[in-house]
Design a protein around this ligand. Structure first.
Ligand code: ADP
Ligand code: ZN
Length: 517
């Protein structure tokens, strides 16, 4: 047994390392600069707490959440580890006690909020007490791309240089831009060992479906899982209420939940969900943060989530106990438009909007995937994987065809009409449907007019949706959803790339009427 394994069981009470932990603990304990990316709940804190016990000197832990720091300090002390925190929430006694144990050389872990780094006294203190390691929790807070940028995190790079000690950074945010920014801001040239682990949740079955009769699709999914605890995520508050009522009409125990409800009512739903077996909660994304129910058997999305990260978080609430769990995500052209518009209309700066579009694109790519979804999802997080055998596309490989020709026709219709029209008008041009609007603009004289007459309208609608999903076209927020071609479509127009489309979703769109929820 190694020293690390000994401490794992004697101090932390765990029988074995989780996937990835042993390698990270080893690297950090050896004093290597380290960036570890693990999903929430993957067990990051152990990866600096255990090395802190193996290394000389004090490990200073920078963390943005005071409540979390206090929890960790309490748990460490209970396990007999000398740990303390310097936060704005401290009483004078607590701060006194931290300084005393520092002076006596007893303290092993010193937790600190990033704001502390702004005071000149902090660096003097840290120099004096002999720091052996800097650990940075929630390291994505250093990134302006990220969702919770904390300006004080920018001081950590200078702290590392000043103390000249190894730094170990931890985050659950895995996208490429954020990772690159963490490395450049925290490590500045010293390239860290990067570990990325544990994003796969093999017990969660993944499935997407094109929305055609959304309410019926959700009811059917729930009916097949009667009596099991599940969550249905919706994009709007109103929909949570109507859908919960529809589920109750079919004999399910179902409640709605959203941020517009009284705090007491929300707490009641949370408590019921936690205690009862087989309750369905129909909710906006407001539901879930504090939910720690291990046996949620299924999660359905009645509407497309806003990004691939949000999708991963939300489905990740299912099957925490490791037993099989199922998910279903519905999506349609309207969802794509809605999510794009939300990004465009938001108040975020342009750079951030570009990043949000990219995160949405990654999710759309997953929705329109033609091979194993898990492989694609994990690839986004940087993990390689074999086809999983536990997603809808592994269960039944989709019927695909070379859609290059159809896509070229659609792109040509978009370009020849000045990128000024939405799908309805473009499809009329493609199928050669001479409406008044078409005649008024002489679009019946375009070379593209009628070139798509071999396919019915519903199939063209599905093709436009898939083109959005593959990021070949984008609705223009300033022109009421008129489609513009993206850079990604150029190679297709030039004949340098091909597009694979799914036939099954197209047929489905053609075969059933579109029903709005
Ligand atoms: P996060 O990665 O979200 O920071 P935590 O460090 O809070 O995750 O760990 C999540 C949970 O996993 C905690 O309850 C922790 O005690 C537990 N845990 C961590 N490592 C192990 C392990 N090797 N074996 C069993 N449980 C572990
Ligand atoms: Zn698969």
């Amino acid at each position: 047994m190694t020293r690390a394994e000994g401490l794992l069981s004697s101090v932390f009470g765990f029988g074995a390392f989780r996937p990835g932990q042993a390698e990270i603990v080893d690297a950090v304990a050896k004093g290597r600069n380290t960036l570890a990316i693990m999903p929430t709940g993957g067990g990051k804190s152990l990866c600096y707490q255990l090395p802190a016990l193996l290394r000389d000197g004090v490990t200073v832990v920078i963390s943005p959440l005071i409540a979390l720091m206090r929890d960790q300090v309490r748990a460490l002390r209970a396990a007999g580890v000398e740990a303390g925190a310097l936060t704005s929430g401290n009483s004078e006694d607590e701060t006194e006690e931290v300084f005393r144990s520092l002076d006596e050389g007893r303290l092993k872990l010193l937790y600190m909020a990033p704001e502390r780094l702004a005071s000149g006294g902090t660096l003097t203190l840290l120099r004096r007490i002999g720091i052996g390691l800097i650990a940075v929790d929630e390291a994505h807070c250093v990134s302006q791309w990220g969702h919770d940028f904390r300006p004080d995190y920018l001081r950590i790079g200078a702290l590392r240089r000043a103390l000249d000690v190894p730094l170990a950074a931890f985050t659950a945010t895995a996208d490429e831009e954020t990772r690159v920014e963490i490395v450049s801001r925290l490590f500045e040239g010293a390239s860290p060992d990067v570990f990325l682990h544990g994003f796969d949740r093999p017990n969660i079955h993944l499935a997407f479906d094109v929305k055609d009769q959304p309410r019926r699709q959700i009811l059917t999914f729930a009916a097949a899982r009667r009596g099991q605890s599940g969550i249905v995520y919706c994009a709007t508050r109103a929909k949570t209420e109507t859908l919960a009522a529809a589920l109750r009409d079919e004999g399910h125990a179902a409640c709605h939940y959203h941020g517009g409800m009284e705090a007491d009512d929300r707490r009641e739903v949370e408590a019921r969900f936690q205690q009862d077996d087989g309750l369905i909660v129909v909710a906006t994304v407001a539901f879930g943060m504090g939910i720690d129910k291990p046996d949620i058997r299924w999660v359905a999305h009645a509407d497309l989530p806003k990004s691939i990260e949000a999708y991963y978080q939300e489905i990740g609430r299912a099957g925490r106990d490791g037993a099989p769990a199922e998910t279903l995500t519905l999506f349609g052209a309207d969802d794509i438009r809605l999510r794009r518009a939300q990004v465009d209309e938001g108040l975020a700066p342009g750079e951030r909007k570009a990043a949000d579009h990219a995160r949405l694109n990654a999710l759309l790519g997953l929705a329109e995937a033609t091979s194993c979804r898990r492989q694609r999802l994990l690839a986004y997080f940087g993990e390689a994987a074999e086809p999983c055998g536990a997603c809808d596309l592994c269960d039944a490989p989709p019927d695909v065809f070379d859609g290059t020709e159809a896509v070229r026709k659609a792109l040509s219709a978009i370009l020849r009409t000045g990128e000024s029209f939405g799908a309805g008008h473009l499809i009329d041009i493609l199928i050669g449907h001479a409406t008044d609007k078409i005649r008024a603009r002489n679009h019946d004289g375009l070379p593209t007019f009628g070139v798509g007459g071999d396919l019915p309208k519903a199939q063209w609608q599905a093709i436009f949706r898939q083109m959005m999903g593959h990021n070949l076209i984008r609705p223009d927020p300033d022109r009421h959803g008129a489609f513009r071609m993206t850079e990604a479509a150029r190679p297709i127009l030039r004949g340098e790339a091909t597009v694979t489309l799914r036939r099954d979703t197209i047929r489905k769109a053609a075969g059933r009427p579109a029903v709005k929820m």
